[in-house]
Design a protein around this ligand. Structure first.
Ligand SMILES: Nc1ncnc2c1ncn2[C@@H]1O[C@H](COP(=O)(O)OP(=O)(O)OP(=O)(O)O)[C@@H](O)[C@H]1O
Ligand SMILES: [Mg+2]
Length: 237
């Protein structure tokens, strides 16, 4: 089985206004195989969103090598990064990032305005299917401001899935959802990856969500290590 993500010794740093260099990711290495999912856990500020932005070709790493779906993306020019991002990656942002003046349907159509588009009929079908997957069909004509946080999150997931990306990146996609809806959304994300040979990387604080993925990682101050779940309370097995 091929890898969707191969990350070797990725580093990220920012230059602070004081002139000092702040290291955010330190030698991060991991792989995600086709048809599998990986969870990234870690406390606030540990670098999870920074790592997803690099995997999603929105930021370049300062060092290390990154291959996405067989293409070395470590040193891409902006235009090439944008092209690959649109064709390979579906991103569910931590703050949803829906466009306020567009309807739910138009938000989900948005990924088709970048890069080559299918015929209108195929596009409509893909949008209907994505809305249906997250049970948002009846909300299609609303604007994001007329939705609850959890409903906005489900629209963001439909938008990420609509072009059948090879890599789905989701930053706390169940954070605003009740337990049942969260598990439903997680099964939608897993079906979209495991079922199609794509890869899923999900940032989560929910141990049950993390347990449903094939590999679990823990970010601590920018360093990534395999995550070992805490022993089950109430006794040893
Ligand atoms: N452009 C920037 N300039 C300075 N510091 C930054 C910048 N971007 C991120 N940071 C810092 O890098 C660290 C990691 O940020 P990041 O957003 O990746 O954390 P996170 O793990 O996603 O946290 P959360 O769980 O709160 O979303 C934080 O301490 C943040 O303040
Ligand atoms: Mg974050």
């Amino acid at each position: 089985m091929a890898d969707v993500v191969v990350a070797n010794d990725l580093t990220a740093a920012v230059r602070l206004p004081s002139g000092n260099r702040l290291s955010i990711l330190r030698d991060v290495s991991f792989r995600v195989r086709e048809g599998t999912s990986a969870a990234i856990l870690g406390r606030s500020g540990s670098g999870k969103s920074t790592l997803l932005a690099i995997l999603g070709l929105m930021n370049r790493p300062d060092g290390g090598e990154l291959t996405i779906a067989g293409t070395d993306v470590s040193n891409l020019r902006d235009r090439e990064a944008a092209r690959l991002r649109n064709s390979l990656v579906g991103f569910v942002f931590q703050n949803y990032s829906l466009i306020e003046h567009l309807t739910v349907r138009e938000n989900v159509e948005l990924p088709f305005s970048f890069g080559p588009s299918p015929r209108p009929r195929e596009m409509r079908r893909a949008v209907e299917r994505a809305l249906d997957l997250v049970a948002m069909t009846s909300f299609a004509a609303r604007k994001p401001a007329q939705l609850s946080g959890g409903e906005q999150q489900r629209v963001a997931i439909a938008r990420a899935l609509v072009r059948h990306p090879r890599l789905i990146l989701a930053d706390e996609p169940t954070g605003a959802l009740d337990v049942d809806t969260g598990h439903h959304v997680m099964s939608v994300l897993r079906d979209a990856t495991v079922g199609s040979g794509s890869g899923l990387v999900i940032v989560t604080h929910d141990p049950a969500i993390a347990d449903s993925t094939e590999s679990q990682w823990h970010l601590l101050d920018g360093a990534l290590r395999p995550h070992h779940s805490a022993p089950t309370p109430g006794g040893l097995r």
